[in-house]
Design a protein around this ligand. Sequence first.
Ligand SMILES: [Zn+2]
Length: 259
Amino acid sequence: MERLGKNHGGYHGETIDIRAVVRDVEIAAQQSGWHSEIFHEQDGFKWLALHHPSSLNSQLSTRIYISTGIHGDEPAGQLAALSLIQENRWPENAEIFLLPCLNPVGFTLNKRENGNGIDLNRDYRNPKSAEVLAHIAWLERQPKFDLYLCLHEDWESHGFYVYEQNPDNRPALAEKIIAAVQKVCPIDLSETIEGRAAKGGIVRPNVLPHERPDWPEAFYLIVNKSRQGYTLEAPSDFPLQTRVDALVAGVNAALAGKS
Ligand SMILES: [Zn+2]
């Protein structure tokens, strides 16, 4: 598959009409019987938290948290969330908590940061932004999750890769995610990705959250909400549909592996 060769020094690919995508997500969720909660409003946008109960007894359910759209220059995650809701094929024991867009204002600017220039995905240790404060307040009202999945893109990467956080050594899902994604998108096989050792598109960062001052969302989740999780990174230098397909395949593989 040919790379686009577009992204020099930043993301220069397709943009999305975030208001239209958020509206489509809301409509699709409503039609498929999701419960929808607005947990924050700002700059004319509503922050949605969507909930899909398991079709089994809730004691038997596996709670899965999925979020995306924290970086406004990474459109594939929004479209993947929309596609997953429209397909609406979830394992019957899965209870899904889905946050389809954490930084809508960033999308209006096609920028990683929010409207005040803050990278929200570095604001989870001592949060200052209204968006992250509202998100954490929502998270504190939720039960613990069995798994978290954060959907991202990386404009510099040579293919798809995934970060795994699995401190209790539960059955790993990273290989299953890579095996599914490689059918639809190239994998980044570099030995170093974002300064960390990588193998076969899998990064298992050996970091102690308490030693890092600027927590991403994933650190907040691993410390407070879930003992296993994955950050999926689609390569922005490939066509948008390929990146969407990669994230959808990765999510479905993780769900199948966990349920
Ligand atoms: Zn990102």
